[in-house]
Design a protein around this ligand. Structure first.
Ligand SMILES: NC(=O)c1ccc[n+]([C@@H]2O[C@H](COP(=O)([O-])OP(=O)(O)OC[C@H]3O[C@@H](n4cnc5c(N)ncnc54)[C@H](O)[C@@H]3O)[C@@H](O)[C@H]2O)c1
Length: 434
């Protein structure tokens, strides 16, 4: 295998993947049609929080750009002609009505088809509804290249399973599942994936099986988190400590309930059901085959409203109250706010008449919320301090001390179990747990 490849789409998955191959000795070309994205890559000024065995992403990027192991462009025609392997990592946006926008994937395949050559290999790693690789991806590549998949070029699908913030580790250690349009496609893709991944690759009998597995992996976690959130609601009703209850349940070796919270953030789990839905012919088929998933999704979607209700009840209404959010990202330690239940929660609280401020040094505060940067000033201003996610750089002990010094004037809503080991805090009337 030649140690050369191209990555199509340089987002949260594509860029770290490109760097991972570059660090493995590959000559990597990256293409992304967003020229602002290319400019920030060229400037080594990415906002993403990935590190490569402790080295921050921008430092690794600088090293790979300057030694020539990574070259990026916004134009497919500028990709080196001697590259024979292409990995697609573009996204598929989904709207609130669960309709999938496949135009990025179509666009990427159209452009890729124009530069595709005989004997090339294309591996799709975007999360897609079942049938997309053999349908849209294959037909678009064939139409614009004039080549035939499985005859002139190879085509494979391997789901992407990494979590943002852990990309480098997980590209090397997360087990992979792969399917190919022919046995040769499967073998070639396995070899390329195995060049960075140390785990044995699961060679599936079909591409469709791999596409389906990815959707159910995410959907299973959505249902599991819905159970965890309902466990927390039930525990609250009977004044049973949630985290201890969870711990107790999970001592059973065949039980694994995930963490409850204020909702489910990110681009994967909340969209698992829409991908499944997008694979079916409509609501009738959905209700017949997958009734559980929709109720789990609705429950998790409603979680921010439910949590806002709890805060409101505890504070005797929200109108005119000062509420500080420490952390606003979509999940713990993330810099991303694009699908964030914390933002949804803040929005509900804002609409109920409260004044909301946000302290998060890592993620950008949405413009409709007021940003705070001084911890002491922000906490002392607040009537309620909400910890919706964990965030790096926050001195949680200082937060606790400031709230304690307010002698009950400030209520601390600890939705991540930050102080769960601190018995003295748990007994305080100003302390509220999930
Ligand atoms: N982010 C994650 O942690 C994660 C984890 C597992 C799976 N996934 C899946 O991986 C895929 C990529 O996710 P992401 O988070 O990297 O998305 P992203 O939105 O961060 O990146 C996608 C990139 O593709 C580029 N793009 C769009 N159209 C293009 C085209 N025609 N040609 C070239 N580039 C184009 C965009 O400009 C963008 O930079 C998605 O299907 C997602 O569901 C993501």
């Amino acid at each position: 295998m030649e140690k050369k490849l191209a990555i199509v789409g340089l987002g949260y998955v594509g860029l770290p993947l490109a760097l991972t191959y570059a660090l493995e000795g590959f000559q990597v070309a990256g293409v992304d049609i967003d020229s602002r994205r290319i400019a920030s890559i060229d400037a080594c000024a990415l906002g993403m929080r990935e590190d490569f065995d402790g080295v921050p992403v921008n430092a690794v990027l600088k090293q790979c750009l300057s030694n020539g192991s990574l070259k990026v462009t916004s134009r497919f025609e500028d990709l080196p002609r001697d590259v024979t392997t292409f990995i697609i990592t573009v996204g598929i946006p989904i709207d609130e009505h669960w309709s999938l926008d496949l135009s990025m994937l179509t666009g990427a395949c159209e452009e890729l088809g124009r530069v595709l050559k005989k004997e090339d290999l294309v591996i799709c790693r975007s999360t897609v509804p079942v049938g997309t690789t053999r349908g849209l991806v294959k037909s678009t590549l064939e139409r614009t290249s004039g080549l035939v998949a499985g005859v002139d070029f190879d085509l494979a699908y391997s789901s992407e399973r990494i979590a943002e913030g852990h990309a480098y580790d997980e590209f090397r250690t997360m087990p992979l599942v792969v399917g190919g349009i022919t046995a040769r496609s499967l073998d070639r893709a396995t070899e390329v994936l195995g060049a960075v991944n140390r785990e044995p690759v699961f060679k599936a009998s079909s591409i469709e099986l791999v596409e389906t597995a990815k959707m159910f992996e995410n959907a299973q976690r959505d249902v599991n988190i819905a159970i965890a959130n309902q466990l927390a609601r039930f525990a609250n009703r009977f004044d049973i400590p949630t985290w201890e209850l969870l711990q107790a349940c999970n001592t059973h070796p065949r039980v694994k309930i995930l963490m409850p919270g204020i909702g489910v953030g990110g681009h994967c789990i909340p969209f698992a059901s829409p991908y499944l839905f997008g694979s079916l012919s409509g609501k009738d088929e959905w209700n017949e085959l997958l009734p559980t998933f929709v109720s789990a999704r609705e429950a998790n979607n409603a979680q921010p409203e439910y949590i806002a209700g709890r805060i409101s009840k505890r504070m005797g209404g929200l109108d005119g109250k000062h509420i500080l959010f420490i952390g606003i990202a979509m999940k713990d330690y993330s810099d991303d706010v694009s699908v964030s239940p914390a933002v949804n929660l803040a929005n509900v609280i804002l609409k109920a008449g409260a004044d909301v401020a946000v302290l998060d040094e890592v993620a950008d505060t949405p413009t409709f919320l007021r940003r705070e940067s001084d911890l002491e000033h922000a906490v002392c201003w607040a009537d309620g301090v909400v910890l919706p996610i964990l965030q790096s750089g926050v001195d949680y002990e200082h937060v606790r001390q400031l709230v304690m010094d307010a002698h009950g004037r400030i209520v601390l809503y600890d939705f991540r179990g930050v102080y769960e080991q601190d018995q003295a805090t748990l007994e305080q009337p100003w302390y509220v747990r999930l």
